[in-house]
Ligand binder design. Structure first.
Ligand code: VGL
Ligand code: ZN
Length: 201
């Protein structure tokens, strides 16, 4: 068993990111059994859920003349536009039904503010609005994080970078992640994680 100062963070393993979902990540379903197995080694497990209101600013449908994967400028900086996904209370926003981690202790929802996206489970895309996860982990006296889930180049990478910024020792398990990889996003995320001292196994 991994010590209780080491959290497993399972990022966005939700129906919309898996096969047949609104923003399906290639081969995403393959990581579910891998994560279930890995989770049996962890006492402290946090799950995250991408959790957008209808009309969210990251949706292409919210911007006239735009389509998914376009890049636009929002007040806080560049924003990739996505198909409508993970809308609050919809089936697509539910955790993957194959995910079996009954001992998970906390679910962090993110991206629930209409005007701000949030890839990171720590800090939203305006880089000012915290989700509360850093405070939770501090109170739980966590000092290390293993991070898995979807998508490697977006929510996993941003979560890993912010976990490093929060002072945690961070490991990403590649076999338990899958990427979107649009427009060089995976290479960019990999370089940023390497620079920040994120361990990859
Ligand atoms: C994600 C794009 C939009 C992710 C979430 O979980 O990586 N990507 N929303
Ligand atoms: Zn999203």
């Amino acid at each position: 068993m991994t010590p209780s100062d080491h959290v497993l963070i399972v990022v966005d393993v939700q129906i919309d990111f898996c096969s047949g979902g609104a923003l399906a990540v290639p081969d995403a379903d393959a990581i579910v059994p891998v994560i279930n197995q890995l989770a049996t080694n962890f006492d402290v497990v946090v799950l995250t859920q991408d959790w957008h209101p209808a009309g969210h600013s990251s949706f292409a449908t919210s911007h006239v003349g735009r389509k998914p994967f376009d890049l636009i400028e929002l007040p806080y900086g560049p924003q990739v536009l996505w198909p409508d996904h993970c809308m609050q209370g919809t089936r697509g926003a539910e955790l993957h039904p194959g995910l079996k981690i009954p001992h998970a202790q906390m679910i962090v929802r993110k991206g629930f503010r209409a005007a701000i996206d949030s890839y990171s489970a720590f800090l939203e895309a305006d880089r000012r609005s915290p989700t509360g996860l850093a405070g939770y982990l501090t109170e739980r006296e966590v000092r290390a994080a293993t991070i898995v889930g979807l998508a490697t180049d977006y929510c996993v990478a941003w979560t890993a970078l912010d976990a490093r910024a929060a002072g945690l020792d961070v490991t990403v398990v590649d076999a338990a992640c899958r990427a979107i990889d649009a427009g060089g996003s995976l290479a960019k995320a990999n370089a940023a994680m390497a620079d920040a001292g994120v361990r990859r196994v």
